[in-house]
Design a protein around this ligand. Structure first.
Ligand SMILES: [Zn+2]
Length: 261
């Protein structure tokens, strides 16, 4: 992580202090003017900015309060519809996004439970989403099974727009991107984060204190093998992203994501 906030050392002079204040003011102005139009796109600049602006919690602080120990995992489309579907040559469904989402979500739940969290596995339109309070909530989805082009591979992450703590929302997003990429080896597919992702219905219902993100863990077409044969690794990537956020772990500055047309 870059040290944007160098500590005022012995050599600090008034001029330098003015520069620092100006720098922070410009950063904040950029953040707030950028928000309405760009939303919470998890671009490189945004990630770094959020990291800089996020105050670090007290290290080793016990996670003992109830909402701090609770994590929600939404299995996208579960209980509602199939989501994206894969068909064989005869038009028969060979894989549905909803089934895969649920499989991943259940593994994430199992792993986080082993780490001592109380994890709710939620359906797409789960009634528990109403006023849902937790440390974080992550909705798991996957992308189309149609062949689009050779760039239609990789994952996407977007933060919820309705949170009252945008820094923490960006922090969760940055954690998910960094850890998921490392664990799975998939590329962050930044070019096609849609408003559907950012204004995802489930997140409109949850308590605004709950930090939320949606992850599309891959494309059912080109990433199918990894998603279905190494599902545990996929789930592990999501788990490590959530733990990074929960434990306030350090994140290395990310290289510029692949922008696809
Ligand atoms: Zn979906």
């Amino acid at each position: 992580m870059e040290t944007a906030s160098s500590s005022p050392g012995r050599r600090a002079r008034p001029l330098r202090a003015v520069h620092t204040v100006l720098g922070i003011a410009i950063l904040l102005a950029t953040l707030f003017t950028a928000l309405p139009s760009r939303g919470l796109v998890a671009g490189d600049f945004y990630e770094r900015l959020s990291l800089i602006l996020t105050p670090h919690a007290v290290e080793g602080a016990p996670l003992n309060a109830q909402p701090q120990l609770r994590i929600g995992i939404v299995a996208g489309h579960s209980g509602n519809d199939a989501g994206a579907v894969c068909l064989d040559g005869n038009g028969n469904i060979t894989l549905t996004e909803a089934d895969l989402n649920l499989k991943i979500a259940a593994l994430v739940q199992e792993k986080l439970t082993q780490d001592g969290y109380q994890v709710d596995l939620l359906r797409e339109y789960d009634t528990r989403l109403n006023g849902y309070r937790a440390l974080a909530i992550v909705s798991i989805h996957n992308d189309s099974c149609d062949y689009i082009n050779d760039q239609a591979t990789g994952f996407k992450v977007a933060a919820a727009l309705n949170t009252n703590d945008l820094n923490r929302a960006n922090r969760l997003t940055a954690c998910l991107i960094d850890r998921y990429r490392r664990v799975t080896g998939l590329n962050f597919h930044a070019g096609s984060i849609t408003s559907d992702m950012r204004e995802y219905h489930s997140f409109r219902e949850i308590d605004p204190s709950t930090v939320a993100a949606i992850i599309e863990t891959g494309f059912l077409n080109l990433d199918r093998e990894l998603l279905t044969k190494q599902t545990d690794r996929i789930a592990q990537g999501v788990v490590e992203g959530i733990l990074c956020f929960a434990n306030n772990e350090n994140i290395e500055p990310t290289p510029a994501p692949n922008m696809t047309p």
